[in-house]
Design a binder for this molecule. Sequence first.
Ligand SMILES: NCCC[C@H](NC(=O)CCC(=O)O)C(=O)O
Length: 445
Amino acid sequence: MSAREFNFDGLVGPSHNYAGLSFGNVASFNNVKSASNPKQAALQGLAKMRALAARGFAQAVLPPQDRPNFRLLRSLGFSGSDADVLARAYKESPVILACAYSASPMWTANAATVSPSRDTADGRVHFTPANLNNKLHRALEYVQTTRTLKAIFADERRFAVHDALPSTPAFGDEGAANHTRLGAGHGADAVEMFVYGRVEFDPNAPAPKRYPARQTLEASQAVARKHGLAEARTVYVQQNPDVIDQGVFHNDVIAVGNANVLFYHEQAFADEQGALFQLRQAMAGVDAELTPIRVDTGMVSVQDAVHSYLFNSQLLSKDGGKMALVIPQECQENAAVARYLESLVASGGPVDELIHFDLRQSMRNGGGPACLRLRVALTDEEAGAMHQGVIMTEALYHTLVAWVEKHYRDKLEPSDLADPKLAIEVHAALEELARILGMPGLYDL
Ligand SMILES: NCCC[C@H](NC(=O)CCC(=O)O)C(=O)O
């Protein structure tokens, strides 16, 4: 059966700011407390969605979440009116206020893990919202993510939206950023590869020393069980702990796969040959042959990969069999990476086109093209059964640009989070957005 991959990009929310909340994510740490531009951030993301939709790629949008998260603030003892809560939080713990205001749901690669219906025992598309429990500012995203996914994929005959895994370190789950589907194509049988950073119940397994490993093997296995994936078509691979310590906080910072192609850095995995062997073996069972595109350290160092986000790219299948690589403009600004990319498209291999975007606002918080999108492969019937108001069209693009222009600020400094007017602005913006997307019950406002 034919299927298409929809990319659900996160619409950047009106409170996008730089708060340095992600220890282990170099960009987030380096840009702490600089001023952000939420309007520009949202427009940059929308420009990517529009351009890819115009090229004929299936494109949809996932809405931002309600901010600040008053439930979080009140649960931590900040009480009184909304204005009191904000004032007290700002005075006593500005970092907690920043967590409550984070626009981090924009990085929808972390929203959930998705298994297409072709892979699951009951033939439904399965979603497990990621608990993101490694970081306070991300740990409550799953509540609204679950609500949003249930609203879009409401048809329970075709879709299963699970509860998130228990929110505890043993089950650290970062969603699709550590998950790749490899096979002949979106509509064909495939292997699901889960990449984990540490093993909770094996103290002898390698683990990073400096920065946290956010995803555990136990979480990956639990997601595979819930989705009803076949053992022979599921592969677990350990990420190289040394690269986590160099700022590779998710696998999608150092590897990306599409169809039968795995584009990766030689240092991505703890055991490169073992990973390739497992993949080849599992893929043989689905009549697919792995095409690895390996980037050597001599061509691109891990540091260059982290700064340019070369691997945080989207590999998109085009009509005719070739693939386009969607990259951030930082790749063109890094000499080694730019040189490598030239050789890649000239090589006669599967990638014959580069599409680059200015996503600087998101990049400064460690989010490139791949972080900004959740892949959902759907058959035509499934695509027809989901909520249609989130599908990106020229008309929706223009409506959303006008909405951003009306509601978003073009500058947000850390102290602006104390301004009670900001909370009211965000609220008004989201009420209107729910109407635009045709999802009246989207938020619990
Ligand atoms: N997949 C990309 C995720 C980037 C995200 N950055 C952040 O949350 C930075 C937020 C801040 O520092 O304001 C993260 O590290 O999870």
